[in-house]
Design a protein around this ligand. Structure first.
Ligand code: BG6
Length: 363
């Protein structure tokens, strides 16, 4: 039941204020500014013991893992990275006893992710899951984890599970950080930022009609470029993925700094760019990139925290400012709406795109 929405996808995008709230529910501690994650089954000493974090998942789960790796590095200062689960399992990974492995899966049934978890366990790795489907195969296999509590996700393209996963990573990063050197003041800043997220998501959803107009304008191209720097880069990748999956418009995602090392050759009036430009320490660098794209005749749709002015961008989607580390969670949402409205404008089968399955349970 789409609950009065035209598609499951729009329903699931619109549910995000509640689903994000459910992921945080009962887990935020206002006294010590920590996150309670009892499902991890880990005491403080063990929580302190990890020297690296390795995150694995497929598709959007992998991109949410990239956001997660950055959150853990920023808040807990533990070297972290994400990798597609399929690549990981086939390259005979070195399994290190001082690494915390994190498997991401909405369905908990994706075969590549499950097989990677089984390989890790076989080699004695410590694996936790960030999973939506309770009691699923991956949830049963891991040593502990964080359930998203986002409710069933029906549309093939992941939206609410993606944002809930990034919120779960913020909780995990806070948890790992506060048993190390993250200060109570920074802990409080993150807890308060997390509490503001649902209201901020509402403010973005209220721009859906405006984003629909932009989607009409931009979907009318053979391809689109998505760029971002550091926190904005996984957001760009997820934005490109969403557009490809449901609208079949070709989309590339690059770190903005890589443009001049190759893909700038693609830029021109026929290839518009969606630029992820949060108000962070990289703002000036990103604004320079916008100027470079415009100088080549490229059209720019900027997603960020301020109006860039007509010299730097043709259009902008301005979203509320939260804490810098949490920006990626909110920056993702306009891109979900952009892909959704582009797919509708192009008459696509929004909830069941061609050639894709919600959960790939085979090799
Ligand atoms: C793909 C889906 O097949 O699997 C994606 O089309 C999803 O939307 C990916 O992100 C991973 O799925 P899961 O259930 O493991 O998160």
């Amino acid at each position: 039941d789409t609950g009065g929405y035209e598609h499951y996808l729009l329903k699931e995008i619109s549910e995000q204020p509640e689903t994000i709230t459910r992921t945080m529910s009962g887990r935020l501690d206002e006294r010590f500014h920590v996150a309670h994650l009892g499902g991890l089954n880990m005491d403080a000493r063990e929580t302190r013991s990890f020297r690296r974090v390795k995150i694995i998942g497929c598709g959007s789960a992998y991109y949410s893992g990239q956001i997660g790796a950055q959150l853990i590095e920023e808040l807990a200062r533990i070297p972290s990275d994400a990798e597609p689960a399929s690549e990981f399992r086939y390259r005979n990974p070195v399994v290190d006893p001082d690494t915390l492995y994190v498997a991401i899966s909405q369905s908990g049934e994706t075969y590549d992710t499950l097989a990677a978890v089984q390989e890790l366990k076989r080699k004695g790795g410590r694996v936790i899951g960030i999973v939506n489907a309770v009691g699923s195969a991956i949830a049963r296999e891991v040593d502990g984890g964080i359930y998203l509590h986002a409710g069933p996700e029906v549309s093939v393209a992941s939206t609410k599970a993606f944002t809930s996963t990034t919120v779960a990573f913020a909780l995990l990063a806070l948890h790992l950080g506060r048993v190390r050197d993250l200060s109570p003041a920074d802990g409080r800043r993150i807890v308060e930022g997390l509490r503001r997220l649902p209201g901020h998501v509402e403010e973005i959803l209220a721009q859906s009609d405006k984003i629909a107009e932009l989607a009409q304008k931009y979907a009318d191209h053979a391809g689109m470029m998505f760029v971002g720097r550091v926190r904005g880069y996984p957001v760009a990748r997820e934005g490109a993925q969403k557009l490809k999956e449901i609208s079949y418009v070709h989309a590339e995602a690059y770190p903005a700094s890589e443009l001049k090392h190759g893909p700038l050759a693609l830029i021109g009036p026929e290839m518009p760019t969606v630029a992820i430009v949060p108000d962070d320490e990289l703002l000036d660098k990103n604004l320079t990139t916008l100027g470079e794209i415009r100088a080549r005749g490229g059209r720019v749709l900027m997603v960020g925290h301020r109006e860039p002015g007509p010299k730097l961008a043709d259009d902008a989607i301005v979203i509320p400012k939260n804490e810098i580390e949490l920006d990626p969670i909110l920056l993702t949402i306009p891109l979900q709406l952009l892909a959704y409205h582009a797919a509708v404008a192009l008459g696509r089968d929004v909830d069941k795109p061609r050639n894709l399955a919600k959960s790939v349970t085979v090799e």
